[in-house]
Design a binder for this molecule. Structure first.
Ligand SMILES: [Zn+2]
Length: 319
Protein backbone atom coordinates (compact mmCIF):
# COMPACT_ATOMS: atom_id res chain seq x y z
CA UNK A 1 0.00 0.00 0.00
CA UNK A 2 1.53 3.29 -1.04
CA UNK A 3 -1.24 5.82 -0.43
CA UNK A 4 -3.88 6.52 2.22
CA UNK A 5 -7.49 7.66 2.15
CA UNK A 6 -10.24 8.34 4.70
CA UNK A 7 -13.89 7.27 4.70
CA UNK A 8 -16.19 10.28 5.14
CA UNK A 9 -19.80 9.63 6.20
CA UNK A 10 -22.79 11.98 6.14
CA UNK A 11 -25.81 10.56 7.99
CA UNK A 12 -29.06 12.45 7.45
CA UNK A 13 -32.68 11.67 8.19
CA UNK A 14 -33.37 10.65 4.58
CA UNK A 15 -30.05 9.48 3.10
CA UNK A 16 -26.79 8.12 4.42
CA UNK A 17 -23.85 8.86 2.15
CA UNK A 18 -20.25 7.75 2.30
CA UNK A 19 -17.19 8.60 0.26
CA UNK A 20 -13.60 7.53 -0.07
CA UNK A 21 -11.61 10.76 0.23
CA UNK A 22 -7.92 11.42 -0.37
CA UNK A 23 -5.72 13.54 1.92
CA UNK A 24 -6.16 16.44 -0.51
CA UNK A 25 -9.96 16.25 -0.46
CA UNK A 26 -10.56 14.39 -3.71
CA UNK A 27 -13.60 12.11 -3.66
CA UNK A 28 -12.69 8.78 -5.28
CA UNK A 29 -15.85 6.72 -4.62
CA UNK A 30 -19.43 7.38 -3.50
CA UNK A 31 -21.92 5.05 -1.84
CA UNK A 32 -25.36 5.76 -0.36
CA UNK A 33 -28.44 4.10 1.11
CA UNK A 34 -31.82 5.27 2.38
CA UNK A 35 -31.55 5.85 6.13
CA UNK A 36 -34.99 4.34 6.91
CA UNK A 37 -35.03 5.11 10.65
CA UNK A 38 -38.18 3.03 11.10
CA UNK A 39 -36.22 -0.17 10.33
CA UNK A 40 -34.35 0.25 13.64
CA UNK A 41 -30.78 0.43 14.88
CA UNK A 42 -29.62 -3.10 13.97
CA UNK A 43 -30.67 -2.78 10.33
CA UNK A 44 -29.16 0.72 10.09
CA UNK A 45 -25.80 -0.40 11.54
CA UNK A 46 -25.70 -3.40 9.21
CA UNK A 47 -26.15 -1.10 6.18
CA UNK A 48 -23.62 1.42 7.50
CA UNK A 49 -20.97 -1.23 8.13
CA UNK A 50 -21.62 -2.70 4.67
CA UNK A 51 -21.16 0.75 3.09
CA UNK A 52 -17.84 1.23 4.93
CA UNK A 53 -16.66 -2.25 3.93
CA UNK A 54 -17.44 -1.52 0.28
CA UNK A 55 -15.42 1.70 0.47
CA UNK A 56 -12.52 -0.12 2.16
CA UNK A 57 -12.55 -2.73 -0.60
CA UNK A 58 -12.61 0.08 -3.19
CA UNK A 59 -9.55 1.58 -1.48
CA UNK A 60 -7.74 -1.77 -1.53
CA UNK A 61 -8.45 -2.16 -5.26
CA UNK A 62 -6.70 1.21 -5.74
CA UNK A 63 -3.74 0.00 -3.65
CA UNK A 64 -4.73 2.43 -0.90
CA UNK A 65 -5.11 1.98 2.88
CA UNK A 66 -7.99 3.50 4.85
CA UNK A 67 -6.57 5.63 7.68
CA UNK A 68 -9.82 6.27 9.55
CA UNK A 69 -13.53 7.05 9.43
CA UNK A 70 -15.02 10.53 9.89
CA UNK A 71 -18.74 10.90 10.36
CA UNK A 72 -21.17 13.83 10.44
CA UNK A 73 -24.63 12.99 11.70
CA UNK A 74 -27.86 14.90 12.25
CA UNK A 75 -28.41 15.64 15.93
CA UNK A 76 -26.56 16.83 18.99
CA UNK A 77 -23.34 14.85 19.30
CA UNK A 78 -21.39 14.87 22.56
CA UNK A 79 -17.66 15.54 22.45
CA UNK A 80 -17.13 11.79 23.09
CA UNK A 81 -19.00 10.89 19.88
CA UNK A 82 -22.17 9.69 21.63
CA UNK A 83 -25.39 10.97 20.02
CA UNK A 84 -27.43 12.78 22.65
CA UNK A 85 -30.51 13.94 20.71
CA UNK A 86 -31.54 13.53 17.08
CA UNK A 87 -35.17 14.13 16.03
CA UNK A 88 -34.52 12.69 12.54
CA UNK A 89 -32.49 9.66 13.70
CA UNK A 90 -34.31 8.43 16.82
CA UNK A 91 -32.67 4.97 16.66
CA UNK A 92 -29.24 6.55 17.27
CA UNK A 93 -30.15 8.54 20.41
CA UNK A 94 -27.94 7.42 23.28
CA UNK A 95 -25.80 5.30 20.96
CA UNK A 96 -22.01 5.65 20.90
CA UNK A 97 -21.49 5.41 17.14
CA UNK A 98 -17.85 6.49 17.43
CA UNK A 99 -16.95 3.61 19.78
CA UNK A 100 -18.99 1.11 17.73
CA UNK A 101 -17.32 1.91 14.41
CA UNK A 102 -13.90 2.11 16.09
CA UNK A 103 -14.25 -1.36 17.59
CA UNK A 104 -15.69 -2.88 14.44
CA UNK A 105 -13.10 -1.54 12.00
CA UNK A 106 -10.10 -1.12 14.38
CA UNK A 107 -9.57 2.36 12.94
CA UNK A 108 -9.57 5.92 14.37
CA UNK A 109 -13.15 7.28 14.16
CA UNK A 110 -14.59 10.78 14.78
CA UNK A 111 -18.31 11.46 14.94
CA UNK A 112 -19.56 15.07 14.96
CA UNK A 113 -22.76 16.96 14.20
CA UNK A 114 -23.48 17.21 10.45
CA UNK A 115 -23.43 21.04 10.43
CA UNK A 116 -20.02 20.92 12.14
CA UNK A 117 -18.77 18.49 9.49
CA UNK A 118 -20.04 20.78 6.70
CA UNK A 119 -18.36 23.81 8.33
CA UNK A 120 -15.07 21.93 8.40
CA UNK A 121 -15.55 20.90 4.77
CA UNK A 122 -15.98 24.56 3.78
CA UNK A 123 -12.98 25.49 5.96
CA UNK A 124 -10.71 22.98 4.23
CA UNK A 125 -12.00 22.90 0.66
CA UNK A 126 -14.65 25.60 0.13
CA UNK A 127 -15.63 29.21 0.75
CA UNK A 128 -14.04 29.19 4.21
CA UNK A 129 -10.52 28.42 2.97
CA UNK A 130 -9.44 32.06 3.15
CA UNK A 131 -11.25 32.80 6.44
CA UNK A 132 -9.49 32.47 9.78
CA UNK A 133 -12.71 32.46 11.87
CA UNK A 134 -16.22 32.00 10.54
CA UNK A 135 -19.68 30.59 11.12
CA UNK A 136 -21.43 28.32 8.64
CA UNK A 137 -25.21 28.82 8.67
CA UNK A 138 -27.11 25.96 7.05
CA UNK A 139 -30.55 27.15 5.94
CA UNK A 140 -32.77 24.17 5.15
CA UNK A 141 -35.73 22.52 6.86
CA UNK A 142 -34.07 23.83 10.03
CA UNK A 143 -31.18 26.22 10.68
CA UNK A 144 -27.85 24.58 11.55
CA UNK A 145 -24.55 26.13 12.47
CA UNK A 146 -20.87 25.21 12.59
CA UNK A 147 -18.18 27.40 14.08
CA UNK A 148 -14.55 27.55 12.97
CA UNK A 149 -12.34 29.71 15.21
CA UNK A 150 -8.73 30.37 14.26
CA UNK A 151 -8.81 27.42 11.82
CA UNK A 152 -10.13 24.93 14.37
CA UNK A 153 -13.65 23.50 14.56
CA UNK A 154 -15.14 24.81 17.81
CA UNK A 155 -17.56 22.29 19.32
CA UNK A 156 -17.44 23.62 22.89
CA UNK A 157 -17.06 21.66 26.10
CA UNK A 158 -20.17 19.51 25.50
CA UNK A 159 -20.03 19.25 21.70
CA UNK A 160 -23.18 21.34 21.23
CA UNK A 161 -21.67 24.69 20.16
CA UNK A 162 -22.56 26.62 17.01
CA UNK A 163 -26.34 26.16 17.20
CA UNK A 164 -27.31 29.57 15.83
CA UNK A 165 -30.72 28.19 14.83
CA UNK A 166 -31.68 28.17 18.48
CA UNK A 167 -30.69 31.72 19.35
CA UNK A 168 -33.86 33.44 20.56
CA UNK A 169 -34.84 36.34 18.28
CA UNK A 170 -38.36 36.82 19.70
CA UNK A 171 -38.69 36.52 23.49
CA UNK A 172 -42.26 35.21 23.28
CA UNK A 173 -42.17 33.97 19.70
CA UNK A 174 -43.14 30.75 18.00
CA UNK A 175 -42.60 27.54 20.00
CA UNK A 176 -39.58 25.52 18.89
CA UNK A 177 -39.09 21.74 18.99
CA UNK A 178 -35.99 22.33 21.15
CA UNK A 179 -38.32 23.40 23.98
CA UNK A 180 -37.63 27.13 23.73
CA UNK A 181 -39.59 29.95 22.07
CA UNK A 182 -38.79 32.42 19.31
CA UNK A 183 -35.69 30.57 17.99
CA UNK A 184 -34.16 31.85 14.72
CA UNK A 185 -35.01 28.48 13.10
CA UNK A 186 -38.72 29.27 13.48
CA UNK A 187 -38.35 32.34 11.21
CA UNK A 188 -35.40 31.80 8.86
CA UNK A 189 -35.58 28.09 7.91
CA UNK A 190 -37.62 26.93 4.92
CA UNK A 191 -40.40 26.01 7.34
CA UNK A 192 -40.05 29.36 9.10
CA UNK A 193 -40.36 31.30 5.83
CA UNK A 194 -43.58 29.41 5.09
CA UNK A 195 -44.87 30.36 8.57
CA UNK A 196 -43.87 33.98 7.90
CA UNK A 197 -45.84 33.96 4.65
CA UNK A 198 -48.94 32.48 6.26
CA UNK A 199 -48.76 34.93 9.17
CA UNK A 200 -48.39 37.95 6.88
CA UNK A 201 -51.10 36.81 4.45
CA UNK A 202 -53.46 35.87 7.30
CA UNK A 203 -54.19 32.52 5.64
CA UNK A 204 -53.12 29.16 7.09
CA UNK A 205 -54.45 27.01 4.26
CA UNK A 206 -54.13 28.65 0.86
CA UNK A 207 -51.03 29.82 -0.93
CA UNK A 208 -47.58 28.38 -1.72
CA UNK A 209 -46.60 25.02 -0.23
CA UNK A 210 -42.96 25.71 0.61
CA UNK A 211 -40.13 28.27 0.63
CA UNK A 212 -39.15 27.39 -2.98
CA UNK A 213 -42.61 28.42 -4.17
CA UNK A 214 -42.47 31.58 -2.01
CA UNK A 215 -39.08 32.48 -3.54
CA UNK A 216 -40.59 32.11 -7.01
CA UNK A 217 -43.43 34.45 -6.03
CA UNK A 218 -40.99 36.94 -4.46
CA UNK A 219 -38.91 37.08 -7.64
CA UNK A 220 -42.14 37.76 -9.53
CA UNK A 221 -42.80 40.79 -7.32
CA UNK A 222 -45.35 39.30 -4.87
CA UNK A 223 -45.35 41.67 -1.87
CA UNK A 224 -46.31 39.02 0.72
CA UNK A 225 -43.56 36.66 -0.47
CA UNK A 226 -40.99 39.48 -0.44
CA UNK A 227 -42.09 40.36 3.11
CA UNK A 228 -41.77 36.70 4.23
CA UNK A 229 -38.12 36.67 3.11
CA UNK A 230 -37.51 40.15 4.53
CA UNK A 231 -38.76 38.88 7.90
CA UNK A 232 -36.33 35.92 7.72
CA UNK A 233 -33.47 38.21 6.67
CA UNK A 234 -34.18 40.64 9.48
CA UNK A 235 -34.05 37.92 12.15
CA UNK A 236 -30.92 36.42 10.57
CA UNK A 237 -29.23 39.83 10.69
CA UNK A 238 -30.34 40.31 14.29
CA UNK A 239 -28.87 36.97 15.37
CA UNK A 240 -25.68 37.39 13.35
CA UNK A 241 -25.06 40.87 14.73
CA UNK A 242 -24.96 39.36 18.21
CA UNK A 243 -22.66 36.57 17.03
CA UNK A 244 -20.15 38.88 15.32
CA UNK A 245 -20.15 41.24 18.30
CA UNK A 246 -19.38 38.24 20.53
CA UNK A 247 -16.75 36.61 18.33
CA UNK A 248 -15.53 39.23 15.79
CA UNK A 249 -15.63 36.78 12.86
CA UNK A 250 -14.06 37.16 9.41
CA UNK A 251 -17.13 35.81 7.67
CA UNK A 252 -20.39 33.89 7.54
CA UNK A 253 -20.81 31.07 5.00
CA UNK A 254 -24.40 30.25 4.00
CA UNK A 255 -25.22 26.66 3.02
CA UNK A 256 -28.35 24.55 2.55
CA UNK A 257 -31.24 24.70 0.09
CA UNK A 258 -32.64 28.05 1.31
CA UNK A 259 -29.22 29.70 0.82
CA UNK A 260 -30.12 29.71 -2.91
CA UNK A 261 -32.39 32.59 -1.85
CA UNK A 262 -29.57 34.61 -0.24
CA UNK A 263 -30.36 37.46 -2.65
CA UNK A 264 -33.85 37.69 -1.12
CA UNK A 265 -32.55 37.52 2.46
CA UNK A 266 -29.53 39.77 2.09
CA UNK A 267 -31.01 43.33 2.04
CA UNK A 268 -32.83 43.08 5.39
CA UNK A 269 -30.02 40.98 6.88
CA UNK A 270 -27.33 43.52 5.97
CA UNK A 271 -29.47 46.40 7.21
CA UNK A 272 -29.81 44.72 10.62
CA UNK A 273 -26.10 43.92 10.74
CA UNK A 274 -25.22 47.54 9.91
CA UNK A 275 -27.55 48.85 12.59
CA UNK A 276 -26.68 46.38 15.34
CA UNK A 277 -23.09 45.13 14.92
CA UNK A 278 -20.15 47.24 16.04
CA UNK A 279 -18.72 48.99 13.00
CA UNK A 280 -15.30 47.43 13.63
CA UNK A 281 -16.87 43.94 13.58
CA UNK A 282 -19.11 44.51 10.55
CA UNK A 283 -16.56 46.33 8.34
CA UNK A 284 -14.44 43.25 7.65
CA UNK A 285 -17.24 40.68 7.74
CA UNK A 286 -17.63 38.65 4.52
CA UNK A 287 -21.03 37.14 3.70
CA UNK A 288 -20.42 34.20 1.36
CA UNK A 289 -22.33 31.34 -0.24
CA UNK A 290 -20.95 27.85 0.48
CA UNK A 291 -19.11 26.24 -2.42
CA UNK A 292 -18.72 22.53 -1.52
CA UNK A 293 -22.38 21.69 -2.17
CA UNK A 294 -23.48 18.23 -1.06
CA UNK A 295 -19.86 17.12 -0.66
CA UNK A 296 -19.23 19.45 2.32
CA UNK A 297 -20.33 16.88 4.90
CA UNK A 298 -18.21 13.95 3.73
CA UNK A 299 -15.22 16.19 2.96
CA UNK A 300 -15.40 17.79 6.39
CA UNK A 301 -15.86 14.58 8.33
CA UNK A 302 -13.01 12.99 6.39
CA UNK A 303 -10.87 16.10 6.99
CA UNK A 304 -11.33 15.75 10.76
CA UNK A 305 -9.25 12.57 10.62
CA UNK A 306 -6.07 14.52 9.91
CA UNK A 307 -3.28 14.33 12.49
CA UNK A 308 -4.58 17.72 13.67
CA UNK A 309 -7.45 19.85 12.37
CA UNK A 310 -5.18 22.66 11.27
CA UNK A 311 -2.80 20.15 9.67
CA UNK A 312 -5.65 18.85 7.53
CA UNK A 313 -6.43 22.39 6.44
CA UNK A 314 -2.87 23.23 5.52
CA UNK A 315 -2.63 20.18 3.27
CA UNK A 316 -5.95 21.15 1.64
CA UNK A 317 -4.81 24.70 0.98
CA UNK A 318 -1.73 23.40 -0.80
CA UNK A 319 -3.59 20.96 -3.02
ZN1 LIG B 1 -35.09 26.12 19.24
Amino acid sequence: MTDVAVIGLDIGGTHCRGALVTATGRVLEWRRFNTDSAAGLTVFLHRLVHLCEELREAAASRNMAVRGIGCGTAGLVESTGRIRTSPNLPMLVGFDLQAYLGQHFRLPVRVVNDADASAWGEACYGSGRSLDSFLTVTLGTGVGGGLVLQRRLWRGSSGGAGEIGHLAVEARGRPCHCGSHGCLEQYASGTGILLNYREISGSQQEGPADSVAIARLARGGDATAIAAFRCAGRYLGQALAGVVNLLSLDGVVFAGGVSDCLDLLRPAMVQELEERAFEVNFRSLQLLAASCGEEAGVLGSAGLLGSSQSGACISAARS
